[in-house]
Design a protein around this ligand. Structure first.
Ligand code: S3P
Length: 450
């Protein structure tokens, strides 16, 4: 959001029962990657089901500014005419990625081995987020950068004129960093080897294979993975049908679980095993979620979810599960508040460097809503309100974070008193249809009295 725009608060009131079909938009991670790989391929990449949210539109614009032709044919339907690996042109101005960590970090990787200078900027939230985690490993290829104190945006990156291949280990549990390295390796001569100790989402690896890259992934005895990728190979365009986003589906799913008498279906959801940690956790909590019609689409597993209101019990969520549900902790914390008993979540240090410090934002918000919650350095303990219900009756600060906004609106749909959030404008970064889709299921949202 730009400083000139005024924040848009919204209030959620006890709603339901919810019913109907929640057709959530395309997966954000896959949408970014489809545009970037399309821009690096030779020929035309056709994309359907692309997420048309601000984050992804900023990536589309960045691809145009780097020289690719990016055409919008109709809802979700896009065509990209790529420039080929190493073919990016130097953009004549600054690339603004708005709120998007994924878009900016992936594009840093994609340009790091081309002899061009690119300046990256973003909104106030993105400008607080750490970028050294991706920039420093990219210097191994020969790239150079200048950042503000603390390694934050704006950042000027000079891609390597004579890139070299790398052999390195990713030090943070981040798919963004891993993906940036893989995209950089595409234009480095010879073979690069990238090791990750923690398994994060693998959409880049899968899509690179589909585009014909020479990439091989091998499991390591310690549970990690080694990725070998050969650079300077031409990428060949493929048709990509983007599955629906499980991280967006989490909101109607959560609402259906906690609003009494609800029964909804959520079709065509991406079920990549590195993205399904929330579903796994909710099933352990006793959620009535049926996964039907499991099928494959474009190299990814997808399926339909049928969700009914459930009595839930608190659980311990192991730290090893964090990468497979990293964006789902805010909504899990909300669901846990409506459960019976205590839910403990560990291994969440990465939540402090998302669109906001999510550990803190969740804790402060839930406390205001009358929930007993403990914030730890890398964890969260929520005491479920069970049959007493979540009191609510609060205005929650969202800190320019779309997932904090959506999580507390869902909470307000089942709390005793309404819950409002200070600003819903950031929801457009990932899920522009959120408000109308939730209303269609039965959500009672209204503009609050200020
Ligand atoms: C993403 C990776 C995750 C996630 C983000 C999307 C991706 O970030 O939080 O929303 O598409 O690679 P990290 O890689 O920083 O954990």
């Amino acid at each position: 959001m730009h400083a000139s725009e005024s924040p848009k608060p919204l209030e959620a009131r006890r709603s339901g029962p919810l019913g109907g079909i929640a057709a959530v938009p395309g997966d954000k991670s896959i949408s970014h990657r489809a545009l970037i790989l399309g821009a690096l391929a030779v020929g035309e990449t056709r994309i359907s089901g692309l997420l048309e949210a601000d984050d992804v539109l900023n990536t589309a614009e960045a691809m145009r500014r780097l020289g690719a032709q990016v055409l919008h044919d109709g809802l979700g339907a896009w065509r990209v005419h790529g420039v080929g690996v190493g073919g990016f042109a130097e953009p004549d101005g600054v690339l603004d990625f708005g709120n998007s960590g994924t878009g900016s970090r992936l594009v840093m990787g994609a340009v790091a081995t081309s002899p061009i200078k690119v300046v990256f900027t973003g909104d106030a939230s993105l400008s607080r987020r750490p970028m050294r985690r991706v920039l420093e490993p990219l210097t191994l290829f020969g790239a150079e950068f200048t950042a503000r104190e603390g390694g934050i945006m704006p950042i000027a990156l000079t891609g390597a004129a004579e890139p070299i291949s790398v052999d390195c280990e990713i030090r943070v549990a981040s798919a963004q960093v891993k993906s940036a390295m893989l995209l950089a390796a595409l234009n480095a001569p010879g073979q690069s080897r990238i090791v990750q100790r923690v398994l994060t989402r693998d959409h880049t690896e899968r899509m690179l294979k589909a585009f014909g890259a020479e990439i091989a992934v091998t499991s390591l005895p310690d549970g990690g993975e080694e990725i070998r990728i050969v650079g300077e190979k031409e990428l060949k365009p493929v048709a990509i049908d983007v599955p629906r986003d499980p991280s967006s589906a989490a909101f109607p799913l959560a609402a259906a679980l906690i609003v009494p008498g609800s029964h909804i279906s959520i079709p065509g959801i991406l079920l990549n095993p590195r993205r399904t940690g929330l579903i796994e956790t909710l099933l352990e909590m006793g959620a009535d979620i049926k996964i039907e019609n499991v099928r494959e689409s474009g190299g990814e597993k997808i399926g339909d979810l049928v969700v009914r209101t459930s009595s839930l019990k608190g659980v311990r969520v192991p730290a090893v599960r964090a990468p497979s549900m990293i964006d789902e902790y805010p909504i899990l914390a909300v669901i846990a508040s409506f459960a019976e008993g205590r839910t403990e979540m560990r291994g969440l240090e990465e939540l402090r460097v998302k669109e906001s410090d999510r550990l803190s934002a969740i804790c402060v918000g839930l406390k205001l809503c009358g929930v007993r919650v403990e914030e730890q350095a890398d964890g969260l303990v929520v005491e479920g309100c069970g049959a007493d219900g979540v009191p609510g009756g609060a205005r929650v600060a969202t800190h320019m974070d779309h997932r904090i906004a959506m999580s507390f609106l869902v909470a307000g749909m089942a709390s005793r008193e309404p819950i409002s959030v200070d600003d819903v404008s950031m929801i457009a970064t990932s899920f522009p249809e959120f408000e109308s889709l939730m209303r269609g299921l039965g959500a009672d949202f209204k503009a609050p009295n200020r």
